[in-house]
Design a protein around this ligand. Sequence first.
Ligand code: FAD
Length: 383
Amino acid sequence: MPETKKHVAICGGGLVGAMMACYLAKRGYKVDIYEMRPDIRLMDVVRGRSINLALSCRGREALKGVGLEAEIVKNVIPMRARMIHDLNGKRRPIPYGTKDQYIMSIDRRNLNELLLSAAEEYPDVRMFFSHKLISCDFHKGEAEFRNEKGDNIRTQVDFIIGTDGAFSAVRQQMMKLKLFDYQQVYIPHGYMELNIPPNNNNEFAMEANYLHIWPRNEFMMIALPNLDRSFTATLFMPFDMFESLDTEEKVMDFFKEKFPDSIELIGAEELTKTYMSSKALPMVSIKCKPYHVGNKCVILGDAAHAIVPFYGQGMNCGLEDCIVLNELLDSYNDDLTQALPEYTRMRHPDATAISDLAMYNYIEMRSHVNSTMFLLRKQLDNI
Ligand code: FAD
């Protein structure tokens, strides 16, 4: 525990920000979380990205570190294998590993809410919702926010943490500094979510403990199970293909040809209705360096490394960032002058590798899983 309590402003109360707040509060820091959105725990509908996420080992370890693993793992659905849907409607499983190895489908909103509530239980955590970061002065450790009334609020702290996602305002401030490297790539594919409701018996309409994949080489659809026995299906496809399906007839013909078994699962009417009323959303891959500014600021999660979702590792990697930073604070006795540069040095190559693997895995998921060689290799792996 530090002798005088360090005071930190965490900008962004998403998955990674709320998790880092728990780690730092546990260390005895005074933590203020500033979140642009209102408190999601009080909202009826939360707009945003994917409804459910695949939680794997990295994320689980991070939850364990703040004593939340058991509670959170109660509300997940294990996915033990991929379930490949062929064009003729045949399904074949490809296990992820041995029988006791699996990833878990988890509800994004539920996880975020649990993490915020866990952070709030620490006496030295304060939360400021509807506060959007406008600017930072890294030299003074100052951050300025705009609240819902339009008032600007300034705070001075020992250091600032940016966990404000792929379009991070904290990172934008860092980009004005000398020797800051930045790279952003939009992939030519977008994604659209579709719902597969429970069947007439209120059961899962497909095998529950699988990550379902319809690999079609140039594009694909996946579906993850939800606790309410529905699945959230996500169609990944080049934007020009999304745009070319501009009538209900074209959408239906396309699904009949490419994903015939999914029509009954989604429901023909719902399928065309959702498709025609939704917009395909973009996916960006962002790399930058360094992740810190002196002893005054550090960025974690998507703010530091937005990753395409095909490896299911964006959130998991962001949660692991919290473990790494926490361990470095242990190693350097809470000396930020040493811990933050070391964080960049250690974390950047790992995050870059995960990002590259995620890019590669898109080709594996939509195409390689169709190949005979891939299947043979997997069968041998499992012997
Ligand atoms: P975010 O979740 O984006 O949170 C950032 C927070 O900061 C938000 O609450 C936002 O409101 C707030 N904010 C933004 N700007 C400001 C500001 N100026 N001031 C104050 N607050 C601000 N990852 C996985 O591990 N597994 C998966 O299966 C998976 N599937 C995915 C599927 C899709 C379709 C997509 C798009 C992503 C997926 N990801 C997955 C990635 C995952 O969603 C992200 O990596 C994760 O949400 C990053 O968490 P974060 O807290 O860093 O950022």
